[in-house]
Write a new protein. Structure first.
Lengths: 99, 495
C-alpha cells in the first residue's frame, strides 16, 4: 500500500502544472513512495538537540550595496522564452486577477 | 444576488472584524536580489538579468538598503526586530515570476508584533501589527486578445519582468475587532497613517495610484458574543477612499447573506473602482499550496543590536510628532486638526503655508471649498487639479483685497478647469474686486436712486437696511465689489 495516494500525486502535478495520465499517476505514486520510505528511514535517526539545517555554509549577513549593475540585453532575455510579442514574453492566458 | 443591507442595518446586527495586508514597493535604486535598476517606465524587459530569470548558476544577494528600510519600517511601527531571520521560497507556477517561486519570508519575518494608533472621531484605535516582512515584487502582465482585453476575455498574456524582483515590504495587521460602525474609517485611517509613516522614512514614494502601496482588505462579521465569522479578502484596493468603500461594501454584502441564513465563503474578491462593489475571484479553498521552504541561496540574516539601534537613532520625525508640531504652529484645536488629518490635507496645507499663505487661509480653502469640490467629483483632495502654490496665490489675492471669497470661488472653477494660475484665471475671466472708488460710488448712487425708501430708512439711522443697497451694488458689479467698502460708501453718503 502506497503511503502517497493517487489524489495527492494528482494534486502535486496540478500545482506543478504537469499533465499526468491515469497510468502515470499509479507509476509516480509507486516511485514517490520509494522516496518517502527512504525519508522515513532517515527520520529514524535520533536528531534531538540538532538544529535543522537550511544552509550548507555557515554564512550570515551577506549583503549587496544598492549600486545598479548592467542588466542583460533584451534580446538575450527574451531568447529564453518560448514565444514573445511586443518585447514581452507571450504565455497562455493567466486565469487570475490583473497583476 | 442577495439584496444589500444598508450599512446602518448591518452594523446594528453584526460586529465587523478587519484585517489589512499592505504591500509597499521600496524605492531602492536596485532590485532586491540583483543589481538591476528599478527605474519606473523603462522599456519592457530591459531591467532583467540572470538572477531575475533564475537562470542556472545565478546567485541572488540581498540588497542591504532594502533590509535597512524594512527594519526602519518595523521600528516606526513599534515592532520587535528579529535577531535571526531568513528568506523562504513561496512556490507557485505562474508566469508573473519566471523563477516558479517568489522569494519571500515565512516563519521568520524581519519584524513582528508592532502597533499603529489612529484617531477616528476622537477615539484612539490601536491596530496591532502581526508582521513586517521583505519579499520581491512580481512581473507585470498584459492581457490581450478576447473581446474586452480584460482577464476573462483574454486569450494570452504578455509579461514584462522589469518589476519582478523590486523589493516589496508586506505589512500584516492582526485581526482588528471592536471598530463597529467605524470599521471603514478605521481601515482608511490606518492605511493613511501607514502611508505617512513610510513616506516620512523616505524609503518609498507610497503612491497608491501608481501601485507602490497596495492594500488587501480582510473582513468578517459576527453577531455580538459569537465567534468571529469567515473572512473574505478583497485584493488590490488602491486608494484611501477605496479602502473605506471596500469595507463598507463587504459589511453590507456579508450581512445580507448572513441574514438570509447563507454562509460566507473564504475567498478572494476583487474591488471595482467604478461601482464600489466587490466580486468573487479565485476561491481560497482551491488556493495554491505554496510549499514554502527556506531559501538556500540567500544567507541567513542576523541583524545585530548595534545595527538596529543605529537605524532607530536615524529615524526622522514621525507623522504623529509632526502633526503635533504643525497643529501648534497653525494654532488649530484638536477637532480641527483631526479634520485636516481625515481630509488627508496635512501635506497640502503645509505646502500651502510654505508657499506663503497664512495657516488659517490654507486650512479654510482645503477643508472648505476644495474638500467640497473633491467630494462632488468623488476624487481624493490630493488629486484635485490645483496645487498648494496656487492656493497660496489665491489666498494672497484675497489678502490684497483683489478677490473676495465669492470671486475666489470662481477663480477656483477656472483653475480646476485647467485655465491656468489664479492670476491668469482672474485676468482672463475679468474677476477682480472693483477697487476703483469712482465706479463704486457711481454704482452706490444708482442703487440709492433706485431704492429711495431704503435710503430714507438708512438716513433715519436704520443702518441694517444698507444690506439691500449693498446687494444692489454687488449685483450691478457682478459680485466684484468688496462688500465692506460698499457699505462704508453707502453710510458715508447717507449719514
Amino acid at each position: 500500500m502506497s503511503t502517497i495516494s493517487r489524489e495527492e500525486v494528482a494534486h502535486l502535478a496540478r500545482l506543478a502544472r504537469l499533465e499526468v495520465t491515469d497510468d502515470e499517476l499509479d507509476a509516480f505514486a509507486g516511485q514517490l513512495d520509494v522516496i518517502l520510505q527512504s525519508m522515513k528511514t532517515l527520520a529514524e535517526v535520533d536528531t534531538d538537540g540538532v538544529q535543522p539545517t537550511s544552509h550548507a555554509v555557515p554564512l550570515v549577513n551577506v549583503f549587496r550595496e544598492d549600486q545598479p549593475q548592467p542588466s542583460l540585453p533584451r534580446d538575450a532575455v527574451l531568447a529564453g522564452g518560448p514565444d514573445t510579442a511586443e518585447d514581452r514574453f507571450r504565455v497562455p492566458r493567466i486565469l487570475d486577477e490583473e497583476a | 444576488m442577495t439584496k444589500l443591507n444598508t450599512f446602518e442595518q448591518a452594523v446594528a446586527t453584526y460586529e465587523p472584524v478587519l484585517g489589512l495586508e499592505t504591500h509597499i514597493e521600496l524605492d531602492t535604486a536596485t532590485k532586491m536580489f540583483c543589481g538591476c535598476s528599478t527605474a519606473f517606465g523603462a522599456e519592457p524587459n530591459t531591467q532583467v538579468c540572470p538572477v531575475c530569470l533564475a537562470l542556472p548558476g545565478a546567485l541572488p544577494v540581498a540588497n542591504r538598503a532594502a533590509v535597512e528600510a524594512t527594519i526602519k519600517i518595523g521600528l516606526a511601527l513599534n515592532c520587535t526586530i528579529a535577531s535571526w531571520t531568513r528568506f523562504a521560497r513561496k512556490n507557485y507556477f505562474y508566469p508573473d515570476m519566471p523563477k516558479n517561486f517568489q522569494t519571500s519570508q515565512y516563519e521568520e519575518p524581519l519584524c513582528e508584533n508592532g502597533y499603529v494608533e489612529v484617531v477616528v472621531e476622537g477615539e484612539v484605535h490601536r491596530v496591532e501589527i502581526e508582521r513586517v516582512h521583505l519579499e520581491e515584487d512580481t512581473g507585470k502582465t498584459l492581457h490581450v486578445g478576447g473581446t474586452t482585453g480584460r482577464i476573462h476575455g483574454a486569450t494570452e498574456s504578455l509579461v514584462d519582468y522589469n518589476r519582478a524582483g523590486i523589493p516589496l515590504v508586506e505589512i500584516v495587521t492582526k485581526p482588528v475587532p471592536g471598530t463597529g460602525a467605524l470599521a471603514p474609517e478605521v481601515a482608511r485611517a490606518y492605511t493613511a497613517e501607514l502611508r505617512d509613516i513610510v513616506r516620512s522614512l523616505g524609503v518609498s514614494d507610497v503612491r497608491m495610484e501608481q501601485g507602490s502601496l497596495r492594500c488587501d482588505v480582510n473582513l468578517s462579521l459576527n453577531r455580538p458574543g459569537e465567534e468571529w465569522g469567515t473572512r473574505t479578502e478583497t485584493k488590490n484596493v488602491n486608494s484611501l477612499r477605496s479602502v473605506e468603500r471596500a469595507v463598507r461594501y463587504e459589511v453590507r454584502r456579508q450581512s445580507a447573506l448572513l441574514d438570509a441564513g447563507e454562509r460566507i465563503f473564504q475567498e478572494t474578491r476583487h474591488f471595482h473602482e467604478a461601482t464600489g462593489e466587490t466580486s468573487p475571484g479565485r476561491s481560497k479553498e482551491e488556493a495554491t499550496d505554496y510549499r514554502y521552504f527556506p531559501e538556500p541561496d540567500l544567507a541567513v540574516m542576523e541583524p545585530s543590536r548595534e545595527w538596529v539601534e543605529e537605524l532607530r537613532a536615524s529615524l526622522p520625525e514621525l507623522p504623529r510628532k509632526r502633526r503635533e508640531r504643525l497643529q501648534a504652529a497653525w494654532s488649530l484645536g484638536d477637532k480641527e486638526m483631526q479634520s485636516v488629518v481625515n481630509a488627508d490635507a496635512v501635506d497640502l496645507i503645509e505646502a500651502t503655508v510654505a508657499a506663503g499663505s497664512s495657516p488659517a487661509g490654507a486650512v479654510k480653502w482645503w477643508l472648505g471649498e476644495l474638500s467640497r469640490r473633491a467630494n462632488e467629483s468623488g476624487e481624493e483632495l490630493t488629486a484635485l487639479a490645483i496645487t498648494p502654490a496656487q492656493v497660496a496665490e489665491l489666498q494672497g489675492m484675497v489678502d490684497d483685497g483683489r478677490l473676495n471669497d465669492k470671486l475666489a470661488r470662481q477663480v477656483i472653477d477656472g483653475v480646476l478647469a485647467g485655465e491656468g494660475s489664479p492670476a491668469e484665471v482672474a485676468a482672463a475671466r475679468g474677476l477682480e474686486v472693483v477697487s476703483d472708488t469712482g465706479a463704486l460710488e457711481a454704482a452706490v448712487e444708482e442703487a440709492i436712486a433706485a431704492n429711495p425708501a431704503v435710503a430714507d430708512k438708512i438716513r433715519g439711522g436704520t443702518h441694517a437696511a444698507a444690506g439691500v443697497l449693498i446687494g444692489a451694488v454687488m449685483k450691478a458689479t457682478k459680485g466684484q465689489a468688496d462688500a465692506a467698502t460698499v457699505r462704508q460708501i453707502i453710510l458715508d453718503k447717507l449719514s
